[in-house]
Design a binder for this molecule. Structure first.
Ligand code: PMP
Ligand code: GLN
Length: 403
């Protein structure tokens, strides 16, 4: 028998990264039996009509590999949806790719663009607004790029566009956008879109726009004029942007991991070169089911109203507590500020509240590269109403005990 020799050591390609906070907090919630308002996924079932369409597709023998860019019926349905929602045309043959969730779309798009030795002669720089969804920076770094942070602060997380301009260098290649925004719930204004377009055009930059919460925008009829401004609706941006979407959020099926990437033909061709070797294709029966389900747009056009009611149920339950907050503008997340009540770091408080009052949340500091702590917690309200009321009342009792 051969003696065991030393094993090769592995490079640590992501030295700043551990297990994602979503996995950590959901595991803790499961272990303690806490109400899980941490990881963003619905606690209620998907529409049985959608599930029946999957069963039907399987019975019709749609069980083999889908075409690499996605089932044609689904790409056509996505093109129809985009035209109906935004009056923008994307060609199903060469501008739409079905991906393994938005996560893969984002990863493949970043990999398509970012180089360790880019056109600027060094590593490509990527502008990242933070707090930032946690998958962007690892994908940038794995491709040899350098994230350049523009930090946004509560309560409004407004973008200072002069600060963005000040971060542009000859190496800047890409800007990451996420609207409606996870974790803050902020929704970009038309002015934000126009400001971005001016910078992207002036410096010939590419954009990746994460719009997975496109159908979850609140208070649309309060005079605020709030709506989702997809980057594709700006002609100057459409030609330089990868728009990433997901059916997980829109149809309450986060576990299906089916999303898509929209991009002009040249960008899509480069994107598909990578996509074909990341996953090749994604589950076929789900694609057929989604293609048919999309034929009735009211199924997602009612989503904002559905989640606005849930946001309000949660906020009603904490009303009268000393938490500080602005009702979230979009997404299914509400942040609460507690820094005037206790100085406890948010990572510690999130864990303590899970153990002590049985409510799990996500600390916002993990979305900042320097773990900047504004003493904020994020609560997911994609949960049934009884759970929202119970979580709200526990949080309220806890916060009232501090004053
Ligand atoms: N982007 C954002 C902002 C998200 O919140 C999420 C997941 N919740 C994703 C991307 C990933 O989407 P998917 O589950 O479709 O991969
Ligand atoms: N996007 C979800 C959230 O923000 C989590 C997705 C995941 O667990 N990777 O909670």
């Amino acid at each position: 028998m051969l003696a065991n020799g030393p094993l090769p050591t592995l490079p640590d390609k992501l030295p700043h990264v551990g297990t994602t906070i979503f996995t950590v907090m959901s595991a803790l919630a499961n272990q303690t039996g806490a109400l899980n308002l941490s990881q963003g996924f619905p606690s209620f079932p998907a529409d049985p009509a959608l599930l029946a369409l999957v069963t039907e597709a399987m019975a019709q023998h749609h069980n083999q590999y889908a075409p690499m860019p996605g089932v044609p019926d689904l790409r056509e349905a996505i093109a129809g949806k985009i035209q109906a929602d935004y009056e923008v045309d994307y060609h199903p043959a060469d501008e739409i790719t079905v991906t393994s969730g938005a996560t893969e779309a984002l990863f493949a798009a970043i990999s398509t663009v970012v180089q360790a030795t880019g056109t600027g002669g060094g590593p490509d720089e990527v502008i990242v607004f933070e707090p930032a969804y946690d998958s962007y920076v690892p994908a940038i770094e794995l491709n040899g790029g350098v994230p350049v942070y523009v930090s946004l602060a509560p309560p409004h997380y407004a973008i200072d566009w002069d600060a963005v301009r000040a971060k542009i260098t000859p190496r800047t290649r890409l800007i990451m956008v996420n609207t409606p925004h996870n974790p803050t719930g902020r929704v970009w204004t038309r002015d934000d879109v126009n400001q971005l377009a001016a910078i992207a055009e002036a410096h010939n930059l590419l954009i990746i726009s994460d719009e997975v919460y496109e159908h979850i925008v609140f208070d649309q009829d309060t005079g605020a004029g709030r709506q989702h401004h997809s980057l594709m609706t700006h002609p100057g941006l459409r030609e330089r942007t990868f728009v990433c979407g997901s059916f997980g959020k829109t149809f309450h099926v986060t576990g299906w991991k089916i999303g898509y990437c929209l991009a002009p033909k040249v960008l899509t061709a480069a994107f598909r070169k990578i996509h074909q070797f990341v996953t090749f294709s994604v589950p076929t029966p789900m694609q057929y089911a989604l293609a048919r389900y999309l034929q009735e747009p009211e199924r997602y056009q009612t989503l904002s109203a559905f989640y606005e009611q849930k946001r309000n149920t949660f906020l009603d339950a904490i009303a009268g507590s000393p938490f500080r907050y602005i009702p979230t503008e979009g997404t299914f997340f509400q942040t609460l500020a507690y820094g005037h009540l206790t100085d406890e770091p948010d990572t510690e408080l999130a864990i303590r509240l899970t153990h002590e009052i049985g409510v799990a949340s996500i600390p916002l500091s993990v979305f900042y590269h320097d773990r900047r702590d504004y003493r904020m917690l994020r609560f997911c309200f994609a949960k049934d109403d009884a759970m929202l009321r119970e979580a709200g009342s526990r949080l309220k009792a806890w916060a009232n005990g501090l004053v």
